[in-house]
Ligand binder design. Structure first.
Ligand code: CMP
Length: 137
């Protein structure tokens, strides 16, 4: 049993795809054990994506992720991290298969509709970034 963080990013949220994405997650057999919508400040986005701070796209990424509301979810299931990443498709939405979240709802390598943790240690940090322990019981 594993937990991972899933985000519906501002592009997909503004387009009204958050319900469809949550439904796809549930159809896949993953359980949504916590869920909230919120609008991150730029400083909060910089903290969430701190591992990318030196990357050339960091500034644009922070502008994008703070432009509107997002949906944050904690997903639970066997191999939840890799199962959600498979459901999302590759980072670059232009290369994502059309039956994946990014292929269906993303636009390009930045505006790619969804986020998922990439490993158990990042999942622990990212789940804790959005949810307190008493929201995960
Ligand atoms: P995500 O999986 O949330 O992880 C980091 C994000 O940075 C990524 O999705 C994209 O939104 C963005 N990103 C990654 N690579 C690039 C890139 N080459 N150019 C612009 N944005 C990128």
């Amino acid at each position: 049993m594993q937990r991972t963080l899933a985000l519906v990013k501002p592009d997909a949220y503004a387009a009204g795809h958050q319900g469809a994405i949550a439904a796809k997650i549930q159809e896949s057999g993953l359980r949504i054990v916590a869920i909230k919508s919120l609008h991150l400040t730029r400083a909060q986005v910089e903290g969430f994506y701190h591992v990318h701070a030196a990357r050339p796209f960091f500034g644009d990424l922070c502008t994008f992720m703070s432009e509107g509301k997002i949906l944050a979810m904690v997903l639970e299931g066997d191999d939840a991290i890799s199962r959600w990443r498979a459901l999302m498709g590759p980072t670059d939405a232009t290369k994502a298969p059309k039956d994946t979240m990014r292929g269906m709802f993303g636009t390009n390598v930045e505006r790619n509709a969804t986020h998922g943790s990439d490993a158990p240690d990042t999942a622990a940090f990212e789940v804790g970034f959005f949810f307190a322990g008493n929201e995960l019981v």
